[in-house]
Design a protein around this ligand. Structure first.
Ligand code: NAD
Length: 295
């Protein structure tokens, strides 16, 4: 299949590599020339704009940082919608607000283009291994068209409902993740301050009612889970800045819906303080340091 792929960063580049490996012809566009050169060596064709990439493509995929980039790449003068053919399926995999996802899809629909939102979880490791989870907001028909291609980049391809619902699933999950990591941090730090061995405490939590992914897989206390970022200086995981972005999306969506997200707002402020301390590049589980005496 001839696929346009736009946005080849930490996530997009490995996803595009997996599509090339699966035998697709890729039309590539990014602002970063070096990643384009690298993917061209694997057989990708470099395009001069999102419009040029979309021309002649049988499917368009984008993976961009935030809503402003998605608007400009899709709706701009040299954007995807200026080049894409009628009836061509399209999907944006960026994490953005549900409202923008719906607006861009509505603009696409006016041109006879069915567009889905399909944000991912699984991080850069999942993008490289082709084991991402895709949360797809699309009509049943579009989902059926996209599913086989998304399955070449991911393991779980979940149909969440109509367009926009993929983003809703993603931001609700990450809202909970951001909060649960703080909850586990608070409990672990209290236990340590009161004098219990943190391994023993984690063992109790993980076989009791406090157990969650933030405690049993990604525990923020160093040494509790060998494979967690906490055990390697909070490097190589899910950066606090990305968590902050997702909490911003959740609290803004909540504001628009007049829905309280009390703990989400507090969590957002705690990660913001972490960012202010210059720790935004660390894994988000380093939030535990907010509760610890300086080491
Ligand atoms: P990134 O910043 O590494 O990559 C974004 C790419 O988009 C860059 O190569 C940049 O040059 C390109 N770009 C920006 N503006 C452009 C434009 N106008 N035209 C063409 N290309 C443009 O970001 P990432 O880590 O790959 O994340 C992409 C999306 O996936 C984000 O929405 C992020 O929230 C989400 N996400 C990231 C992770 C993660 O662990 N990195 C996990 C899940 C979801």
């Amino acid at each position: 299949m001839n696929i346009a792929f736009i946005g080849l960063g930490n996530m997009g580049a490995p996803m595009a590599r997996n599509l090339i490996k699966a035998g697709h012809q890729l039309n590539l566009f990014d602002l970063n020339q070096s990643v384009l050169a690298e993917l061209a060596q694997l057989g990708g064709r470099v395009a001069a704009s999102p419009k040029a990439a979309a021309e002649g493509a049988e499917l368009v995929i984008t993976m961009l940082p935030a809503a402003a980039h998605v608007r400009s790449v899709w709706l701009g003068e040299d954007g995807v919608l200026a080049g894409i053919g009628r009836g061509i399926p399209a999907v944006d995999c960026s994490t953005i607000d549900p409202q923008t996802a719906r607006e861009v899809a509505a603009a696409a629909a006016k041109q006879g283009v069915a567009m889905a939102d399909a944000p991912v979880s699984g991080g850069t490791g999942g993008a490289q291994a082709g084991t991402l989870t895709f949360m797809v907001g699309a009509s049943a028909e579009l989902f059926a068209t996209l599913q086989p291609v998304l399955a070449q980049m991911g393991r779980n391809i979940v149909h969440c409902g109509e367009v926009g619902t993929g983003q809703i699933a993603k931001i609700c999950n990450n809202l909970l993740l951001g909060i649960s990591m703080i909850g586990v941090s608070e409990a672990m730090a209290l236990g340590d301050a009161l004098g219990i061995d943190t391994q023993v405490l984690a063992g109790i939590i993980n076989s009791s009612t406090g157990r969650c992914w933030s405690s049993d897989t990604y525990n923020p206390w160093p040494g509790v889970i060998e494979t967690a970022p906490a055990s390697r200086g909070y490097t190589g995981g899910f950066g606090a800045e990305l968590m902050l972005k997702d909490l911003g999306l959740a609290t803004e969506a909540a504001r628009q819906a007049h829905q309280p997200v009390v703990l989400g707002a507090v969590a957002q402020q705690l990660y913001q303080a972490m960012s202010q301390r210059g720790e935004g590049g660390k894994d988000f589980s380093a939030i535990v340091n907010s509760y610890r005496k300086p080491q």
